[in-house]
Design a protein around this ligand. Structure first.
Ligand code: IMP
Ligand code: MG
Length: 174
């Protein structure tokens, strides 16, 4: 059994929208510095494309998290695979995520980061599947709201494949 990928958002559409979101962020953080936190691995492409378009001073750090198995998933506990290198105290932290689905990962992560006393803490996501939300998460910047379909590309994977696609597609099993 194989799968095909149907284009949902073209490279041009994604690039255009990221530029719009970057412009909003530039306006909101005028005169400030931003500490970007990229959530690995899916957030890498978005973090790169977004950060290239920011014109306020930017620093970056990377985190890798994974959900615990199904048994503990409802608790919303995620496992930290790679923690931050730099402290957050006094920084304007902007978390950059690929997609928000149930919201479990992000609600845990935001709480974890908030406890480190950043000056401010906001969330920016490339994609949001609001229909799938289980835990409420406040999202400050959303590029696209999408229907409840499994998507790949632009950093997102299906069994570790397709992250390199320059567009966002829906996986269809055939
Ligand atoms: P949440 O904790 O349910 O919000 O899970 C978010 C994480 O699940 C994302 O960071 C992705 O790694 C993964 N995920 C959720 N939906 C998709 C999808 O459609 N494609 C690829 N990964 C997804
Ligand atoms: Mg992710």
């Amino acid at each position: 059994m194989g799968e095909t990928v149907r284009v949902l958002l073209t490279e041009e559409e994604v690039d255009k929208r990221i530029a719009e979101i970057a412009a909003n962020i530039n306006k909101d953080y005028e005169g400030e510095e931003i500490h970007l936190i990229c959530v690995l691995k899916g957030g890498v492409f978005f973090t790169c494309e977004l950060s290239k378009r920011l014109n306020v001073p930017v620093s970056m750090d990377f985190m890798s998290v994974s959900s615990y198995g199904a048994a503990t998933k409802s608790s919303g506990v995620v496992k930290i695979i790679k923690d931050l290198d730099q402290e957050l105290e006094g920084k304007n932290v902007l978390v950059v995520e690929d997609i928000i689905d149930s919201g479990r990962t992000l609600s845990y992560l935001l709480e974890y980061l908030r406890n480190q006393n950043p000056k401010s803490l906001r969330l920016c996501t490339l994609l949001d599947k609001p229909d799938r939300r289980v835990v409420k998460v406040h999202v400050d910047y959303t590029c696209f709201e999408i229907p409840d379909e499994f998507v790949v590309g632009y950093g997102l994977d299906y069994a570790q494949k397709y992250r390199n696609l320059p567009y966002i597609g829906v996986v269809e099993l055939d």
